[in-house]
Write a protein that binds this ligand. Structure first.
Ligand SMILES: [Zn+2]
Length: 287
């Protein structure tokens, strides 16, 4: 399936099921914390991981009006020690350390005085990322160590996203441990600060398992983020924090749906049935 068609298809599915799910979401709306997962903020069209700068600004303005943006570590403190969080808390995170997030998202975050956590893969710092599609390759630069230091000096949290960004469930246990431990050590050496947060590459339930979770705990992190949709509540697992992806197809209406919890049904993609359906979808549509 062509990329543009896929974006439209995902938009329509999210809109239709989200609209049906909205009354349930509003009825069940609880006190949990929503963690948003961004990757890139730029003007590259048809990039799956991209949110345009204008859309990102509109989303931040919405959060400023309706939510309290809090640091990820404040949520960990609240869940561990019972600290009180402000009303409707939300956390902003970025995966991969793309340079366009530094160039386009950080100035807006500073303008709104919002905290955020940036997860970087230490072995890819400063690299021109080879992954993704050809369409994205023109702007696939990742942040340099100087930029990451500036990020930290500006008050943003820097977390680990492994060394080389492998899908952890696809590599041996010892490699998983090394990726998780070594990236924390390198970040500490390069930034001079303890690293508290980890993010599983790709982050769906099939992309990491108990070995990875145990390694994250053993390495001394305080929390770890997945990309499994949903809200985080007290008593939940701090090493399997749920996040809501914000992607190319998410118009302002779908962003509102995300914040209302009307897209939390998408966590079904992380079930055994959901993963099987995705596999067949890819085979049938060449996705
Ligand atoms: Zn990643």
């Amino acid at each position: 399936m062509k990329f543009g068609l896929r974006v439209v298809f995902k938009f329509v599915v999210k809109l239709l099921i989200g609209t049906l799910w909205l009354p349930i979401a509003l009825y069940r709306r609880g006190d949990g914390v929503r963690i948003l997962c961004y990757h890139r903020v730029n003007e590259v069209p048809w990039s799956r991981l991209t949110v345009s700068t204008a859309a990102f600004q509109r989303q931040l303005a919405y959060l400023a009006r309706h939510h309290s943006v809090v640091p990820l570590q404040a949520v960990v403190d609240a869940f561990q020690n019972g600290h009180v969080l402000p009303r409707r808390p939300v956390v902003i995170t970025f995966d991969d350390g793309y340079r366009d997030a530094w160039l386009n998202a950080v100035p807006l975050l500073r303008e709104f005085r919002f905290p955020a956590t940036f997860f970087v893969a230490t072995g890819l710092v400063g690299a021109t990322h080879v992954g993704g599609t050809g369409r994205e390759s023109c702007a696939d630069e990742l942040m340099t160590w100087d930029e990451i230091r500036e990020l930290q000096s500006a008050g943003f949290e820097v977390g680990s996203h492994t060394v080389g960004h492998p899908i952890l469930s696809s590599v041996p246990s010892r490699t998983q441990q090394r990726e998780i431990e070594e990236s924390r050590v390198v970040l500490h050496q390069m930034l001079g600060r303890r690293v508290e947060a980890f993010s599983y590459p790709s982050g769906s339930s099939g992309d990491f398992g108990e070995t990875a979770v145990a390694s994250v705990i053993a390495a001394g992190y305080r929390c770890a983020c997945t990309t499994i949709d949903g809200l985080n509540c007290r008593g939940g697992n701090l090493f399997r924090l749920r996040r809501s992806n914000v992607l190319n197809e998410d118009t302002m209406l779908l962003f509102r749906y995300t914040m209302f919890g009307a897209l939390d049904w998408m966590s079904v993609k992380d079930s055994v049935v959901g993963r099987t359906c995705q596999r067949w979808f890819r085979i049938v549509f060449g996705y």
